[in-house]
Design a protein around this ligand. Structure first.
Ligand code: UD1
Length: 419
């Protein structure tokens, strides 16, 4: 079993290159199934979710050539089956994007019920509602989803809740449909815009991505023959911004889009940290103990739920008592029990947690319950006095490229050890 061993405390200092966005990349790869041709995707994060996505695409008949560890060329001209490997699709959440893409391209798909982080109930009713409005038949049976359509037809789709996955999935299913689809109450996250930009580069006609109304005019074919570079990862950048504050360090994050980081910047300034914005890079530093704050997670442009655990580490160390209200996922405070083992004073009940700030955390053995909880524990271990051992690394490896190397390069004492 692998574990990360972190010896702290360390004030993180230096530069970090932010990788391509996981949540954009895991949608762009299945979106290549809409192309009857070849395309190249660059700035892919080198993480296990991408490796699994590639295995699934290859099993469907796609041919993938890696140009380097962050770039691949994919040929999707010859798709040979509509049954995706069930064991692989159950391993992560974004396998649901195969439904929208394959319905559009092949008119049929069978996938395993998507897996991913256990953050509470993760229904896909809004995805299914969208597919059905476009004319598909969808059945869910024995842990698998089966979807079929003769010919998808554009339709108005009103989302009952703001969902990143459903917005992208319905967009994928509408690209090759006959006529126009209008998604109302769409999510506005940067990766939604990125997937739309990718599809438009390949020949789709999508307008309004990044607003809450997206209009997709169906086209006959996506031509491919183009290169696309994945947007920088908003959540990885936010993770390092909060690591700088938690460790009272000084970091320059390169290759990011600072506009996507505004909700995080605002909170860092509120709690007494400093931010200098250079447009495509951002410096964050903090010379004193942060102040308390109240936070509510919200869809973009609100404070992202995927940075809530990392912010929880900062507030554990802040002066005074802070409150976080988690409005997206019902079980996203599992990490607080691990932080309490390190000396934090957090009381979590339902969707609310209170953080009575402590002056220091102390190293302890801790378990990562999900991807972002794992990142939060790495930050906590770096800020804490003594040795922190972090277990369940498979969660962290799903979404962070070279986490220990990136932390080591900015001064952290962190090793991956095989027990
Ligand atoms: C995506 C991200 C995830 C992030 C989340 C919210 C990916 C691969 N994952 O997940 O990291 O935490 O956005 O920013 O991009 N819901 C329904 N019915 C549906 C769909 C969603 O009720 O059909 C609910 C969910 O239970 C949740 C809320 O809507 O309470 C938001 O979920 P959604 O935006 O869909 O999250 P994901 O796309 O799964």
């Amino acid at each position: 079993m692998e574990k990360l061993v972190v010896t702290g405390p360390t004030r993180l200092k230096g530069e970090v290159n932010i990788s391509g966005a996981k949540n954009a990349a895991v949608a762009i790869l299945p979106a290549t199934l809409l192309i009857d041709g070849i395309c190249t995707i660059e700035n892919l994060p080198n993480i296990s979710d991408i490796q699994i996505s590639c295995k699934i695409l290859e099993a469907l008949g796609a041919k993938i050539t890696w140009n380097n560890k962050n770039s691949l060329t994919i040929d999707t001209r010859n798709i040979t089956t509509t049954k995706a490997p069930l064991d692989l699709t159950r391993k992560f959440r974004a396998s649901y994007y195969l439904i929208g893409s394959m319905l559009s391209r092949m008119g049929e798909i069978e996938v395993g019920m998507p897996g991913g982080c256990k953050l509470g109930a993760r229904p896909i009713d809004q995805h299914i509602k969208g597919f059905e409005l476009l004319g598909a038949n969808v059945t869910v049976e024995k842990g698998s989803i089966y979807a079929k359509a003769e010919k998808l037809k554009g339709s108005p789709v009103y989302m009952d809740i703001v969902s990143v996955g459903a917005t992208i999935n319905v967009m994928l299913s509408a690209v090759l449909a006959e006529g126009t689809t209008i998604i109302d109450n769409a999510a506005k996250e940067p990766h939604i815009v990125d997937v739309a930009n990718f599809l438009n580069t390949m020949g789709a006609d999508i307008r309004g991505a990044g607003t809450d109304v997206i209009k997709i005019n169906g086209v006959e074919k996506l031509k491919g023959n183009a290169t696309y570079s994945v947007v920088p990862d908003q959540i990885e950048a936010g993770t390092f911004m909060l690591a700088a504050v938690a460790t009272q360090g000084d970091l320059l994050l390169k290759n990011c889009i600072t506009k996507h980081l505004e909700s995080i910047t605002a909170k860092i300034l509120e709690i007494g940290g400093n931010v200098e914005d250079f447009g495509d890079s951002i410096r964050v530093w903090c010379n004193k103990r942060p102040k308390k704050a109240n936070i509510k997670t919200l869809p973009y442009p609100g404070f992202p739920t995927d940075l809530q655990p990392q912010m929880g580490v900062v507030l554990s160390l802040a002066e005074g008592t802070s409150m976080i209200n988690e409005s997206i996922w019902e079980s996203r405070f599992q990490y607080t029990e691990e932080l309490n083992k390190m000396g934090a004073k957090i009381t979590a009940q339902g969707k609310t947690a209170f953080f009575e700030g402590v002056e220091k955390l102390s190293g302890a053995p801790v378990y990562s319950s999900d991807l972002r909880a794992g990142a939060a524990l790495v930050i906590a271990g770096t800020a804490a006095e003594g040795i922190t051992e972090i277990y369940n690394l498979e969660h962290i490896d799903r979404g962070y490229e070279n986490i220990e190397e990136k932390f080591r390069n900015i001064g952290a004492k962190i090793e991956r050890v095989n027990e």
